[in-house]
Design a protein around this ligand. Structure first.
Ligand code: HEM
Ligand SMILES: N=C(Nc1cccc(CNC[C@@H]2CCCN2)c1)c1cccs1
Length: 362
């Protein structure tokens, strides 16, 4: 049965008190405070320490995430007093500057006010803060990222106009409760990008591919202690395979493999030449090479899996269950050559955590 706000609040306080070793008296006092607030106002406010702990544990509980080893080092920006679009834009520019850190990427989250009686004070409508536009063409093809085609049309309906290249960065779109959505163009200096080059295949460099440095997920909601933070964008750094094996490789994304194969003079007449596999590996090598050249932090899928194995050992040593979603923890390149492939995981969903929004909640 769904638990009440008070039940979730008490459960979270017990987790917080245990892991942060809160003295019994402090726990009792805080519990009393929460009970009175929920009784009087139907909600309560997390302390800054509870908010930060909750966001970090939400990451630790994200069973599809291979990067969880660093869950304690998440930087938490408390924007719970911010309800206007302009201030939100300014703070999100600050978040991007802090996270980018000239390539030495730092994991961070900015947490805007929680929902009140089912209403979100400030909404972010982007999937990711930085993402490329997709322009549907008359012949049915898409110039840019096909995954962004509908959001691009939405931005254009608000009056935004892109340059029309395959790598136009979309604007931030935010919406104050009860008001129309507004868009903001990101200043260039908060949008670090990486040109994709290959160390010894000039044909791949000649394709003129690129990708952005910092992935910031903006369309999931954060659950802490029964509270719902619908706007809580978070960033880490990329695992190279996300870019090289999905974003640039998927047929329904940039579909670069045939072009990479041609650049490598591969025999693409038959599957059995494994031309797609050879092109895939070289594209992923190019991504890792390019990010290293640009001094932008990225992790290869082998190292990421080893880091997750280290995370698993630490969790076990603390007597915590190691939950995971195997289908997402294995990388899309050479999965069976990485550590996560050769073990099983319990796909339990604990709270605090991050969740998808339904279509209605977007
Ligand atoms: C620090 C470096 C990080 C790396 C390398 C990393 C890596 C990944 C990768 C590769 C995925 C699968 C994404 C996909 O296949 O589309 C993922 C999923 C996820 N990560 Fe991480 N991550 C990192 C940090 C973070 C942080 C800071 C958070 C939140 C505070 C986070 C929360 C999540 C969540 C919620 C998912 C599942 C998303 C979904 O279900 O669509 N990760 N991560
Ligand atoms: N490296 C990252 N990758 C990542 C993490 C969570 C979610 C996503 C986007 N996943 C959605 C896509 C689209 C379908 C399958 N994957 C990427 C991070 C993004 C934000 C923090 S870490």
């Amino acid at each position: 049965a769904p638990s009440t706000l008070l039940q979730e609040a008490e459960q979270f306080l017990q987790l917080y008190a245990k892991e942060q070793e809160l003295p019994k008296a402090a726990y009792q006092d805080r519990r009393e405070e929460i009970v009175e607030s929920v009784a009087a106002q139907g909600t309560y406010e997390l302390t800054k320490a509870e908010l930060a702990f909750g966001a970090r544990v939400a990451w630790r509980n994200s069973i599809r995430c291979i990067g969880r080893l660093y869950w304690k080092s998440l930087h938490v920006f408390d924007a719970r007093q911010v309800t206007d679009a302009e201030t939100a834009f300014r703070l999100l520019c600050d978040h991007l500057r802090f996270a980018t850190n000239e390539g030495n990427i730092r994991s961070a989250i900015t947490i805007f006010p929680p929902d009140v009686e089912g209403r979100t004070p400030l909404k972010i409508l982007n999937h990711q803060l930085i993402r490329y536009a997709g322009y549907a063409q008359p012949d049915g093809s898409v110039l840019g990222d096909p995954a962004s085609a509908s959001f691009t049309r939405f931005c254009e309906s608000l009056g935004w106009q892109g340059k029309g290249t395959a790598f136009d960065v979309l604007p931030l779109v935010v919406q104050e409760a009860g008001r129309p959505p507004v868009w903001f163009e990101w200043p260039k200096e908060v949008c670090l990008e990486v040109p994709i080059t290959h160390p010894d295949q000039p044909g791949i460099t000649a394709l003129g591919l690129k990708w952005y440095a910092v992935p910031v997920i903006a369309d999931m909601w954060l659950s802490i202690g029964g509270l719902r933070f619908s706007a809580a964008p978070f960033n880490g750094w990329y695992m190279g395979a996300e870019i090289g094996a999905r974003n640039l490789a998927d047929q329904q994304r940039y579909n670069a493999l045939p072009k990479v194969a041609e650049a490598m003079n591969l025999d693409t007449s038959r599957n059995a030449t494994l031309w797609k596999d050879r092109a895939l590996v070289e594209l992923n090598a190019a991504v890792l090479h390019s990010y290293a050249q640009a001094g932008v932090k990225v992790v290869d899928h082998h190292s990421a899996a080893e880091q997750h194995a280290h995370f698993e050992r630490i969790e076990q040593s603390h007597g915590r269950p190691v939950n995971g979603d195997w289908t997402w923890l294995i990388p899309p390149v050479s999965p069976a050559t990485t550590a996560t492939f050769h073990r099983t995981y319990n796909a339990a969903e604990l709270k605090p955590n991050f969740f998808y929004k339904s279509a209605a909640e977007k």
